[in-house]
Design a protein around this ligand. Structure first.
Ligand SMILES: *Cc1c(COP(=O)(O)O)cnc(C)c1O
Length: 437
């Protein structure tokens, strides 16, 4: 009952069964302690002249989660104006938010952006057009801007999560940077921050190369910049064979390079990072029940059908991402865990409940359905997925097959279980539809 699922987490099989009695499956369960520990680790990253850590809230935008993270002193990296407004609803002031978006501020959005910038929101221009649209306002109000530079080099766990190379269009590419800066100068716009984000789950080697590249173009192009933002992309290890970013080592490297920059130029740059994954990924569990068991005959597969598949965690389908599986019996025993090799294991494919052949939680990065090894559960036992704190609740097609968005539960540090997001109901799902009759 008391064996922890992950060594760093407080979640035990007993907590899973207790939560499932109170709130029926499927649901997300977050561990407050993991989030706080991760925030502490991030804040301890070595740096020479100050460090600001912001949380990339697209990884998890639930209000209570934002409040925990803001309470630890992290600021917010927002990907849209709505994210800025949502962070504000969680009690976070605009001057603690940096907006880095693909959106282009026009009409109503433009008014909102300008109002928020006057209240302290920092705006990271990501294209020439964004710069052209905001330049006069920024210059007139003496609001310094930030520029996201496309460094031409990136890294990610998969091609579609690489945001720095030629396949992605995030930021102002180095090939047009002189044009952008010429325009900014003509308008009297000042850049206080230089920003690069190379991609999610990036390779630490590429992270280091980008520190060098970014310091290089900061020296060459941004004489006024006082802040260097290295983006997110700090890798987390969800599975036993994955490796996590070494915050101390990456920080030590950045520190050395920023000190050398200071020796060369006399300029002291404040360092910023904006992790999403690293802050929250391991805090979240997706708790599902095994509803059915089937097989596809000789030479086929044995299937476990669970009540939360692609509509609760799209990462396997989108990226072939693997999440650790924990099989918990309905009376609260851990039958198998990804990190505890005990017990008899068999091979299963885990399918969700959507009428969609890709609705499988066991896919590889070529989109092939693959088996995973675990204890055989009985119907009504629980299959729990770890590593579901980032890009699960925020990135899934909840209403596909008319399933309703699932609730979110928080395990507080004192052991209390609290509901932080109610389940959506069917009436809410259809409330904006307009009937013909
Ligand atoms: C998504 C994103 C991040 C966070 O990336 P992680 O891989 O989750 O750390 C940081 N900065 C920007 C601009 C992003 O778009």
């Amino acid at each position: 009952m008391n064996e922890k699922l992950l060594s760093l987490s407080q979640v035990t099989p007993g907590i899973i069964t207790g939560a499932a009695k109170q709130y029926s499956t499927p649901f997300y369960l977050y561990d407050e302690k993991v989030i706080e520990d991760r925030c502490d680790q991030l804040k301890s990253m070595p740096n020479p002249f100050g460090l600001k850590v912001s949380f990339a809230m697209k990884a998890n935008s639930t209000r209570a989660i934002l409040q925990i993270i803001a309470g630890k002193g992290l600021d917010i990296d927002a990907s849209s104006l709505n994210e800025v407004k949502r962070a504000q609803m969680a009690g976070i002031r605009p001057d603690r938010i940096l907006l880095t978006t693909q959106e282009v501020p026009l009409s109503r959005e433009r008014e909102d952006l300008e109002r928020l910038m006057k209240e302290g929101l920092k705006y990271n221009v990501c294209s020439l057009r964004q710069l052209q649209l905001i330049a006069d306002f920024a210059a007139k109000n003496k609001i310094p801007l930030s520029m996201r530079v496309h460094p031409g080099k990136g890294s990610g766990e998969s091609i579609t999560r690489n945001t720095g190379d030629k396949y992605s269009c995030f930021g102002i590419h180095l090939s047009v940077i002189e044009q952008a800066l010429e325009f900014a100068r003509s308008k009297g716009v000042v850049f206080e921050r230089v920003h690069v984000h190379i991609g999610s789950g990036g390779d630490p080697e590429v992270w280091r190369e980008n520190i060098d590249l970014e310091l290089g173009f900061t020296e060459r192009y941004f004489p006024d910049a006082t802040i260097i933002n290295f983006g997110g992309g700090l890798r987390e290890a969800r599975m036993p064979d994955e490796s996590r970013a070494d915050i101390q080592a990456l920080g030590a490297y950045a520190k050395k390079r920023i000190e050398e920059f200071h020796d060369r130029t006399g300029r002291k740059l404040t360092m910023e990072i904006e992790p999403g994954t690293y802050a929250v990924a391991l805090s979240g569990f997706l708790v599902t029940s095994v509803m059915d068991k089937k097989d596809t005959g000789t030479g086929g597969f044995r299937f476990l059908v669970v009540d939360g598949g692609m509509e609760t965690n799209a990462r396997p389908l989108l990226y072939g991402s693997r999440h650790p599986f924990f099989v918990v019996s309905k009376d609260g025993r851990l039958l198998s865990g990804e990190f505890s090799p005990s017990g008899r294991r068999e091979s299963f494919v885990v399918a969700g409940r959507c009428c969609e052949s890709g609705d499988t939680l066991t896919l590889d990065d070529q989109h092939h359905i693959v088996e995973r090894s675990m204890a055989e559960p009985e119907v009504d036992d629980f299959l729990v997925l770890g590593g579901c704190g980032a890009y699960c609740s925020t990135m899934t097609p909840f209403n596909y097959n008319s399933h309703t968005q699932i609730p979110e539960i928080l395990l507080r540090k004192n052991g209390d279980l609290v509901l932080i997001r109610k389940a959506q109901d069917l009436a809410q799902m259809v409330q904006n539809e307009v009937s013909l009759t």
